[in-house]
Design a protein around this ligand. Structure first.
Ligand SMILES: Cc1ncc(COP(=O)(O)O)c(C=O)c1O
Length: 327
């Protein structure tokens, strides 16, 4: 209970009421997804998931017998959810939709207006919302993350954990906050407790440490958050000087997605071979061709040294792509 009280207290500090008995502890957010998929969908049911997105969900869905149906995020609209297109993806087998905010890898934060429209859509179609907020502490502009909990969706599962928040992925400690209509929340919690108990308790040492991590980690988190914003400013300044790419400003998280106007494999491989810098081609995340995903969670000095070189290399790989024989 102390761990769940600490999580409830964390949300209270952000103006969100989540009683401790509506929090389920999990061994990390990836496992939370698996629990949620098992809870919400039978074999062959569908769950809507944003495209592009972090390439984990397809595998978790495959393991749970659930079919992932991608809904598009439009780059031309700064990667916002297109509600009309999303609605056309809903079928009689759809059980839930996944919203990731801040989104990995686009950095897009869903606005409160978008979330309330999503809540209404979820209500109309009787869908649960899985809200993945693992990057919630890393907003690149001051503010508190808009959340769907408390909106009109019948059931909201809010997923978060220590992996990003305290840079402790190895702790394998996450949670699901279950909110919505009491008639949906109570049975969901009972079923989730059963799924969770099947695997015996979440690491009890980590559970015992959790309240202390929340309180003693506060200063670390404040400094970490500031550091991420500073690192983004360094990366942004370099990218803004480059003529070889465009991008939509991320609102949060650790990544920026660049549109480079030439072959992403040629670019990623050329950069890796010539300068040993690893960037991800966009297809890792199901992005349309000609994109790269860059992390800016590098130490400031390293960013200052590597980003200008990397962006210069983009120009060189573009020339090589357009003129492979050099003639
Ligand atoms: C958007 C998103 N959700 C979930 C996860 C997985 O988190 P965890 O380490 O808690 O399993 C990641 C990991 O990078 C992620 O990017």
């Amino acid at each position: 209970m102390p761990a769940r009280e600490a999580i409830s207290g964390y949300y209270a500090g952000q103006g969100v009421s989540i009683p401790p008995d509506q929090v389920l502890l999990t061994p990390g957010t990836s496992l939370s997804y698996w629990y949620a998929f098992r809870l919400l969908a039978d074999e062959g049911d569908e769950i809507l998931c944003p495209r592009p997105s972090y390439p984990l969900f397809d595998y978790i869905a495959a393991l749970s017998g659930v079919i992932m149906i991608p809904y598009p995020l439009g780059e031309e609209r700064n990667w916002a959810i297109d509600l009309e297109k999303l609605e056309t993806c809903i079928s009689t087998r759809t059980r839930a939709l996944v919203v990731i905010s801040p989104h990995n890898p686009t950095g897009r934060v869903a606005t409160s207006g978008e979330l309330s429209a999503l809540g209404e859509l979820a209500q109309r179609h009787d869908l649960a919302i899985l809200f993945d907020e693992v990057f919630n502490e890393f907003l690149l502009q001051p503010g508190i993350l808009p959340r769907p909990a408390g909106g009109s969706a019948p059931l909201v599962l809010t997923l978060n954990g220590f992996s990003k928040m305290f840079a402790l992925p190895g702790m394998k400690f996450g949670w699901m906050a279950v909110t919505g209509e009491p008639g949906k929340v109570r049975p969901a919690l009972r079923a989730l407790e059963l799924i969770s108990d099947t695997f015996l308790p979440v690491n009890e040492i980590v559970q015992a440490a959790a309240p202390g991590i929340f309180t003693r980690g506060r200063d670390f988190l404040a400094a970490y958050r500031e550091e991420i914003c500073a690192r983004w400013e360094i990366a942004r300044a370099c990218i803004d000087r480059s003529q070889h790419c465009n991008y939509a400003h991320p609102d949060g998280g650790f990544y920026v997605t660049l549109r480079i106007g030439h072959d992403e494999e040629v670019a990623a491989e050329g950069i890796l071979r010539a300068s040993h810098m690893l960037v991800h081609p966009g297809h890792f995340y199901d992005i349309a061709p000609n994109h790269l995903v860059l992390s800016f969670v590098l130490e400031r000095e390293l960013l200052r040294n590597s980003f200008p070189r990397l962006l210069r290399m983009l120009g060189e790989t573009r020339t090589a792509d357009r003129d492979p024989n050099g003639g």
